[in-house]
Design a protein. Structure first.
Length: 152
């Protein structure tokens, strides 16, 4: 993360949950360390938006991130905003990188992307218990020169 994100939390517990997500971005996403994700994920973690063929559990997160950095080895997430209330934490970020490896069915293109991400996390007892996200899938495929249908 190049700049500290804007953080908004309604109570201290929500601020602690926001801090979990900020650390996740710093220790996992900024370091391109997918195996470190396991330290942040609850044993019963559920991904509400798993990639096709993904297990939707913590192992699926590691697999998804490993595949992302295989395709975009220079990829970075810039965390912009974090909003927390109770056990929900919303994070807005931008992913930038150059596709030098296969991304799903798309062969390496050598093209750079800049994509907005919107993630909603559920944090329970200091661990990420759930996740759902939206990102500019159409924009990503256009930037990569592919169709709007992506490997998620």
């Amino acid at each position: 993360m190049s700049v500290a994100p804007n953080v908004f939390a309604d109570v201290e517990n929500a601020r602690q949950n926001a801090d979990v997500i900020i650390r996740f971005f710093a220790d996992v996403l900024a370091c391109r360390a997918p195996e470190a994700a396991m330290r942040f994920l609850a044993a019963d973690y559920r991904d509400e938006d798993p990639a096709p063929g993904d297990t939707g559990d913590a192992v699926g997160v590691v697999d998804k991130l490993t595949a992302l950095w295989a395709a975009f080895p220079d990829g970075t997430f810039d965390l912009l905003d974090v909003v927390a209330a109770e056990d929900r934490v919303f994070a807005r970020s931008t992913f930038t990188g150059t596709q030098t490896g296969a991304f799903g069915a798309l062969p390496a293109s050598g093209r750079a992307v800049s994509i907005g991400f919107f993630d909603l996390y559920v944090v329970v007892d200091g661990r990420i218990a759930g996740h759902r996200h939206l990102f500019d899938q159409v924009g990503m495929m256009q930037q990569l020169g592919g169709s709007a249908l992506s490997p998620h």
